[in-house]
Write a protein that binds this ligand. Structure first.
Ligand code: ZN
Length: 216
C-alpha cells in the first residue's frame, strides 16, 4: 500500500470503515478504552465451582459483553486482539498463582458452534497453552442435549453428567480455559469430567466474569 498517498488511505478508510466491536466508535476493531478491561489484573471469582479457583480479567457487561459476543459470532478482525489478551491473562495468572500446569483444556462448546468453525474457546485455550509453554488438549464434550448452564439447584442437577472427557492419556495437572463465567457450573462439571480420566484441574481462567462475583 506504499504507493497510496495518506489522503487516498483516509478515503479508503471511509469506503471500508472499521468500527470498534465494543462501543461502535469509528477507527479500529477495538478501541483502547474497550480493550483496557481485558488487561485488568486477574481476579479470583466467586462461583459454584467449589474449590476450583476461577480467575477472570474483565467484568462481563456493557462494551466488554458486546465485544466478546461479537468475537463469538465470528468477527475475524477481532480475534487476534482477543487472543493477545488471553496470552497476557495466562502470563499474569501464572505470575500470581505460580502453580505449574502441564496441559491446557478448553471448556466444551456445543457441537453446532464447533461445526460452524466458531469454537473460539479452543483458540483461546491454544493461545494460553502457547503462553505457558504447554500443550492444549481439546478433550471435553457436551453429552447429548445436556444442559450445562442455568442458575440454582435445578440448573446444576440438569448439568450433572452433561460433560464428559474423552479417554486419552493426559498429563496430570490441567488449566481450564473458557470465555465467560456466570455460575461456574460448566467449569465445575468440566473439572469433574477431567478427574474421571485422572486429570486434576488446578484452576480456570476466563476472559470475563458476570459482575458481583469477585472473591478477592
Ligand atoms: Zn470501543
Amino acid at each position: 500500500m506504499a504507493w497510496l498517498s495518506e489522503g487516498a488511505l483516509e478515503a479508503l478508510d471511509l469506503v471500508t470503515p472499521v468500527f470498534c466491536a465494543g462501543c461502535g466508535r469509528l477507527g479500529s476493531c477495538l478501541c483502547p478504552r474497550c480493550e483496557a478491561p481485558l488487561y485488568e489484573p486477574p481476579r479470583l471469582i466467586e462461583t459454584t465451582a467449589g474449590e476450583l479457583p476461577v480467575w477472570a480479567a474483565a467484568s462481563y457487561e456493557d462494551e466488554t459483553r458486546r465485544l466478546i459476543l461479537s468475537w463469538k459470532r465470528g468477527r475475524v478482525d477481532l480475534a487476534e486482539r482477543i487472543l493477545a489478551a488471553y496470552r497476557e491473562l495466562a502470563d499474569r495468572w501464572h505470575a500470581f498463582d505460580g502453580d505449574p500446569v502441564q496441559v491446557v483444556v478448553p471448556a466444551p462448546s456445543r457441537w453446532k458452534r464447533r461445526a460452524s468453525g466458531l469454537f473460539v474457546v479452543g483458540k483461546a485455550a491454544s493461545a494460553v497453552g502457547q503462553s505457558l509453554g504447554v500443550d492444549c488438549a481439546d478433550v471435553l464434550r457436551e453429552r447429548g442435549h445436556g444442559h450445562s448452564g442455568g442458575r440454582g439447584a435445578l440448573g446444576r442437577s440438569r448439568a450433572a453428567g452433561a460433560i464428559r472427557a474423552r479417554t486419552v492419556a493426559l498429563p496430570r495437572r490441567a488449566l481450564l480455559v473458557d470465555d465467560v463465567v456466570t455460575t461456574g457450573v460448566t467449569l465445575e462439571h468440566s473439572a469433574v469430567a477431567l478427574s474421571e480420566i485422572g486429570v486434576e484441574v488446578r484452576a480456570a481462567v476466563v476472559l470475563a466474569a458476570t459482575p458481583r462475583r469477585t472473591k478477592v
